[in-house]
Design a protein around this ligand. Sequence first.
Ligand SMILES: NC(=O)c1ccc[n+]([C@@H]2O[C@H](COP(=O)([O-])OP(=O)(O)OC[C@H]3O[C@@H](n4cnc5c(N)ncnc54)[C@H](O)[C@@H]3O)[C@@H](O)[C@H]2O)c1
Length: 254
Amino acid sequence: MGRVAGKVALITGGASGIGRATAELLAEEGATVVLTDLQDVPGEDVAAGIRAAGGKASYFHHDVTDEAAWEKVVGETLSEHGRLDILFNNAGIGGTGVPVDEMSLDYWRQTMSVNLDGVFLGVKHGVRAMTETGGAIISTSSILGMVGAPNTAAYSASKGGVRLLTKAVAMECAARGLNIRVCSVHPGYIDTPMVGGAIQRGGPERREAILKSQPMGQMGEPRDIAEGVLYLASDAAKFVSGSELIIDGGFLAR
Ligand SMILES: NC(=O)c1ccc[n+]([C@@H]2O[C@H](COP(=O)([O-])OP(=O)(O)OC[C@H]3O[C@@H](n4cnc5c(N)ncnc54)[C@H](O)[C@@H]3O)[C@@H](O)[C@H]2O)c1
């Protein structure tokens, strides 16, 4: 028996990086996975790869900033699979390293729209879908939702928002007697296309600086985060809510 056997999981940003690894791991552990993204070709490929490996997965195009799209994706998940047990609010965009006094309001709003509005909409429609059955909602924050770094004002603010949105909704669900657990996961530097893009823009010195900042001397892999999400999504975490799971190779321990 897998650790999430029989559960239905919706994963945003599932075409790449952490979302992809989590979709694959939850499917390996027995969940039926609905993965969504803006990148349709890689998204369909991830779902097809899971099915080829014997798992259950489907892909939907879904912009997390669009409330009507959330209604459609959650509605189709419920009509297709009858329930939603796990929601992983993971889609996000990184920063391009803009100093705050040069940051445009458009850039700020775009970051907030994907990283924070997108998570709010997921939590809203996830709680509605899980009210009767219970479930687990996990949202991807960051080490930068806990500490600051230069030139990350919008990204850090969005990820700090995810952290406290999570705690507020965890308390709300508990107060209403809903069996819905709500947690955040806080990755450190993970080797995904998002970090690859930052390294490409910053050149070899950027890569060197990132590696130097890692207590364990290397970045994490997407699967390292997926394992934490699997735990939070599983019944092994039945007494865990409002918690922040840091998976960062020791970055925040200094
Ligand atoms: N990689 C890291 O070091 C790191 C560290 C901390 C937090 N995170 C967070 O982890 C999450 C996943 O990032 P990743 O590193 O796997 O990056 P990634 O770029 O590989 O994956 C992010 C995915 O989100 C999708 N996405 C972006 N905007 C979207 C939208 N509006 N609607 C739907 N999907 C959208 C992208 O198409 C992409 O497939 C993000 O929330 C990111 O902020 C990453």
